[in-house]
Design a binder for this molecule. Structure first.
Ligand code: ADP
Length: 415
């Protein structure tokens, strides 16, 4: 049990921690990539401008008005990645050096362009060609983006691998830390459970003795009538305390609710069993107990926990009804096993209906012997949820209440 408590708590701490960590790392990675892309693009255009200036400086007007292109341009040009075109004033190519994109695709005279052709993507800059202070057409400088794309790819791969390593390291580190941090809590819970079990045992025995002795005294011949009420109060209070101890134990011991220990149980048979223990109480309160059960209605659960749910609802229905009727129905409907406990009792005010499943909440806050502890419905809801079910109430003050519990039917739950 302790291992599963640690891993359950560990998971609930670790997952949000990992999520936040990944979001922070992811944001950082996106930031790094954006910065690299931004400065890479700036550098690319700076190189284009430098090359443009060099090409302008290397160009002169030769004899017969032709362009004279000096060889020094070949020393600064990287012919596999860069290219230069000399255009006349109408935009026709007069000369070219290095690698340029497909001519037919870039006739535009815009200053900055990005073009894609079969051989790749290019950044282009088109600037006027000024020689000796007068315009002589244009220079178009191009540069393949391939080296920069390779750099970006390398950055992407490094970031992804780095992220994966960081996530794995933080997962392992987080597991180790949560294990270390939760171990003392786990020990504390274990101590508390042992203490609860021991305390319950110590309390149960004297309470059982008090109750048994008081009941024997009540049945004794010649018991003084004037003391009857006092001893009945002792019996009722001891009984309520026994229930309270059982309830506290149920709520304080999560070890009892591991889903792997669920088995197939017949809800209808459990309802029958509970009803057979409630006839007497119902009679005492002049309540007519009506039972309508289809069978079998199989669900996956723990027998005594399901019995607890049914008993809490039926006990309440009888307790809060005086001289009316309580109808208990159990049947299968649309993949669900339904348990409905309807009474014609005092009902629950609309404002109170949202509170009745809270621990220790009772509509009548004053203490009366025989009154409930205020834990019955919170235990019922706790156990219903543990069985993947749902519970709801419909009630009208002074008319009555109906509690409906739905569990998944066994064959569906098992699938
Ligand atoms: P208790 O042990 O006091 O019955 P529960 O948790 O079972 O505690 O119920 C909480 C409160 O909800 C009760 O004190 C009562 O006020 C109200 N309640 C529960 N069931 C019914 C019912 N069938 N009819 C009217 N009121 C109810």
């Amino acid at each position: 049990m302790t291992t599963s408590l640690t891993s359950r708590l560990g998971r609930s701490v670790l997952l949000p921690y990992l999520l936040v960590f990944l979001v922070v790392l992811g944001t950082f990675a996106i930031g790094v990539r954006s910065v690299v892309a931004y400065f890479g693009a700036r550098q690319s255009f700076a190189r284009l401008e430098g090359l443009g200036r060099a090409a302008g400086g290397a160009t002169d007007i030769g004899n017969f008005g032709h362009l004279d292109i000096g060889d020094e341009i070949d020393q600064v040009l990287e012919p596999r990645e860069q290219g230069i075109e000399w255009l006349d004033s109408s935009g026709h190519v007069i000369a070219r050096r290095g690698r340029v994109p497909n001519e037919t695709q870039h006739r535009s005279m815009e200053r900055w362009q990005r073009l894609r052709d079969a051989s790749g993507t290019f950044d282009l800059e088109t600037i006027p060609l000024i020689i000796n202070g007068s315009p002589h057409g244009y220079l178009r400088i191009s540069q393949s983006t391939a080296p920069f794309d390779r750099l970006l790819q390398w950055v992407d791969t490094s970031l992804i691998v780095g992220l994966a390593f960081a996530a794995a390291a933080s997962f392992l580190g987080g597991r180790y830390l949560s294990f270390r941090a939760l171990s003392p809590i786990e020990e504390g819970v274990k101590t508390l459970e042992d203490f609860s079990a021991n305390a319950a045992h110590e309390l149960r025995s004297p309470l059982a003795a008090i109750r048994a002795n008081a009941e024997v005294a009540l049945r004794a011949d010649g018991f003084p009538v004037e003391h009857r009420l006092h001893v009945e109060t002792i019996v009722a209070t001891a009984t309520a305390m026994q229930h309270l101890i059982n309830d506290l134990l149920t709520l304080s011991s999560p070890a009892n609710y591991e889903p792997s220990e669920l088995e197939i149980v017949d809800l209808a048979a459990i309802v029958d069993r509970v009803i057979s223990t409630q006839w007497l109480d119902a009679q005492r309160r002049s309540v007519c107990l009506i039972v309508k059960v289809d069978r079998p209605v199989s669900i996956r659960g723990r027998e005594y926990q399901v019995e607890r749910i049914v008993a809490n609802l039926v006990e309440n229905a009888i307790r809060y009804t005086n001289g009316g009727e309580v109808i208990v129905r159990c049947y299968a409907e649309r993949g669900n096993a339904l348990l409905r406990v309807q009474d014609s009792g005092i009902g629950i005010a609309p404002a109170d209906q949202s509170h009745i499943f809270e621990r220790f909440w009772r509509a009548d806050h004053s203490y009366r012997p025989g009154a409930g502890s205020g834990l019955g419905l919170s235990i019922a809801r706790f156990l219903v949820l543990r069985h993947a079910g749902s519970i709801r109430v419909e009630s009208t003050l002074d008319v009555g209440s109906e509690f409906t519990v739905a569990f998944p039917l066994a064959h569906l739950a098992a699938g």
